[in-house]
Design a protein around this ligand. Sequence first.
Ligand code: ADP
Ligand code: TYD
Length: 205
Amino acid sequence: MRRGLLITFEGPDGSGKTTQIERLKAFIIEKGYDAVLTREPGGTKIGEKIRDIILDKDHIEMDYMTEALLYAAARAQHVSQIIKPALAEGRTVICDRYIDSSIAYQGYGRKLGESVRVINEYAVKGCFPDITFLLLLDPEIGKIRIRTEEMDRLELEKLDYHKAVFHAYEELGKLYPDRIICIDASRSIDEISNEIQTHIECLLG
Ligand code: ADP
Ligand code: TYD
């Protein structure tokens, strides 16, 4: 059986990933394919517990390397328990954030550099995305879209941090142009989903 497609969504907080993922899932199912929707950090019982530890607003003392390792730990569990088995069954997996989030937020944002890539190569066990939609939106606009009372520890970080993450994403887009599709996320929900669907239609054949 043909291995399924791994589609990931990336971008700053509030850039519209969740909105677009829901639409893409409906589109793929309409085309007669099966799609598994999942997210990081999380996606498994263990991963959701790790997510709570990472995003808890009270954990202001968390060391940056602890944070990077926790994201990678949740990812390792997610890959072995959900992503790899689904791909092996020929299913399409749509994942809200993946390895590029760690490279952007921990590697560049927390300035942990190459170490983040190394630990994540262990975590993903050779399971890299086939295509990544990078929703590029000015982090100031993303912040306005998210309701302040719902913000987690990462979302509450200073704007400078989010700007560094945004520039990191732009760099990743330039480094991997064959895999990463850069999308102008300041446009309407319909315009963005039409662009994404065009790319996916080509891939599904
Ligand atoms: P993310 O998952 O990237 O944090 P969401 O999909 O949750 O982003 O969107 C954050 C907020 O912005 C939601 O209230 C959503 O309805 C809204 N939103 C999403 N896409 C757009 C868009 N293209 N234009 C305006 N608002 C949007
Ligand atoms: P999530 O709730 O999915 O973000 P969003 O607000 O875009 O819906 O993710 C929670 C936070 O975790 C978000 O600020 C990005 C951050 N994050 C990392 O720093 N590294 C990672 O590897 C991942 C997967 C997420």
